[in-house]
Each structure stands twice: as structure tokens, then as C-alpha cells.
Write a protein that binds this ligand. Structure first.
Ligand code: THU
Length: 137
């Protein structure tokens, strides 16, 4: 497999948003994680009638990646399609950045459709994490 270009990965995230289950907010979100060997894992938001049980696209993608045996995430693309304005682009939420910080290095790449390229440390400079390495896996 060949490594996808950033623009290609954003397109994969956009396609993944087609599979969103978002009957309550109508915000369709797609995420695509890419490894340097060409592996790609996608996710979409999945809402629930009990609203708080909704899972964001980014976390769905991270959990799918971990379930596939991936523990280091160097790059993720996110695409949000707003129901009111298709051109509006939104940033990943803080909860997803915190979950990403578990598996993404500080200089990992977050591509946001319509906005550009960010480093994790820019968007979440002070993530929660154990200060003692002793407790880490
Ligand atoms: N959502 C995501 O999928 N990712 C984010 O980073 C923020 C929000 C979803 C959750 C919900 O289904 C919809 O967008 C509106 O909040």
C-alpha cells in the first residue's frame, strides 16, 4: 500500500461522513486515520436517542484502529458536514483530542477539512496524562 497524500486522506474522511448516523443533529462527521504504510481506518459519528451516548467520528476511528491492533496514530483527517452550511468547517472536540493524545505523538497531524493542517500539541497543548511513567502500559 502507498501512503496517501493529505488531500486524499481528507477525501476519505469526507466519504466516511456519508456513513454517519446523525438523525438528531444532522451533523455528519467522518474521520480517517492513516499509517505511513498506507493502512487507513475510518470512523463516523453514531448518535443515540439518549443523546449523551453519541460517539464522535474521531473516537470511533481511534477505537476501530486500536481494535485492529494499531497503537500509534501519526495522522488523522476529520470532515464535518453541517446540515445548514456545507461549506462550514468545524474543529474536533476536546474529548476527541484527549482520546487522540493517548495514541498520537504531540507532533501528530490533524487535518481538518476546509481549515488545514494542525499538530495535536497546538490544539491540545495540555492533555491529561499520568506524570509517572511507572503506571503506563
Ligand atoms: N461530533 C463529532 O463526530 N466529532 C467532533 O469532534 C464533534 C462533534 C459529532 C457528535 C454529534 O453527532 C454531532 O457531531 C453534533 O455534535
Amino acid at each position: 500500500m502507498t501512503k496517501l497524500k493529505n488531500a486524499e486522506l481528507v477525501e476519505v474522511a469526507r466519504k466516511a461522513s456519508d456513513r454517519a448516523y446523525a438523525p438528531y443533529s444532522n451533523f455528519r462527521v467522518g474521520a480517517a486515520i492513516a499509517l505511513d504504510d498506507g493502512t487507513v481506518v475510518t470512523g463516523c459519528n453514531v448518535e443515540n436517542a439518549s443523546y449523551g451516548l453519541t460517539i464522535c467520528a474521531e473516537r470511533a476511528a481511534v477505537f476501530a484502529a486500536v481494535a485492529a491492533g494499531i497503537k500509534v496514530i501519526p495522522r488523522i483527517a476529520v470532515a464535518v458536514v453541517s446540515p445548514t452550511d456545507e461549506k462550514q468547517s468545524l474543529m474536533p472536540c476536546g474529548a476527541c483530542l484527549q482520546v487522540l493524545s493517548e495514541f498520537m505523538p504531540a507532533d501528530g497531524t490533524i487535518l481538518v477539512a476546509g481549515r488545514g493542517e494542525f499538530r495535536l500539541i497546538e490544539l491540545l497543548p495540555h492533555s491529561f496524562g499520568f506524570t509517572s511513567e511507572a503506571n503506563r502500559p
